[in-house]
Design a protein around this ligand. Sequence first.
Ligand code: SIN
Ligand code: MN
Length: 224
Amino acid sequence: MIPFPEEPARPRRVEIAPGAVHLPGWLTFDQQRQLVRACREWARGPVPMRHTRLPGGGVMSIQTVHLGWYWRPYHYSRTADDHNGARVAELPEWLADLGGSVLADAYQDPDAAAGYRPDVALVNFYDHAAKLGMHQDKEERSSAPVVSLSIGDRCVFRVGNTQNRNRPWTDVELASGDAFVFGGPSRFVYHGVPKLYPDSGPHDEIGLAEGRLNLTLRVTGLAG
Ligand code: SIN
Ligand code: MN
C-alpha cells in the first residue's frame, strides 16, 4: 500500500521569544464549549459585555467583559464607574487553575501552576471586523505572566518588542483552542490582533456561531 503523506502535525509548544510561548490546540473541544457557555453567562452582567470607551471619545472594536477587576484605559477598579457602576463578577477558581495549567505546560515547570493566582480575566469578543491595536499590558503592578486562551475564528496575533509598537515583530496564527503565554523578558511586549479570518473556526464543535473569543488572565498586584 502506498502511504498517504500525512498532514504535518501541529507542534505542541513553540517558543516565539524568551518567555513568549504558543501552545497550539491546548484546549479540547469540550473545554472550549464550556468556556463559550461561561462567556455567554458572564456577558450578561452584572457588568454586561460592551465596547470599551476610549479617552478620545471613540470605542474599541472588540467587546469586553471583565472578571475580578474592571479595566478601562488605563486603570483597574472593582466597579464599572464609566458604565453601570456595578461590581464585576468574581474570577472563578477553576479559571485561575486553568491559567496555572497553561503556565506549567508553557514553561515546562509543574511548580509554575501552584504559584500562579491571576485575579483578573478580560474576555474579549471579536466580530469579523474587529481588531486590536499594538499595546502593552502594563496597568498591572506585577510582572507575573499573562495567559491567553483563544476560541473560535483564527487570527493573526502580533508579538512585538518591549520598546515601541513597531517592528521587529513576529506574527503568530492563533486558532481555536490555542493558548499563549507572555512572561519573563516578554511580559511587557507590545502585542495586538491585526487580522481575523472570518468563518474559520470550528463553530459547530464549540457552540460559537461566529467570531472569536479571547480570555486573558493577569495578576494585577493590586489590593482591595
Ligand atoms: C489582548 O491583548 O488583550 C487580547 C489578545 C488576543 O485577543 O489574542
Ligand atoms: Mn493585551
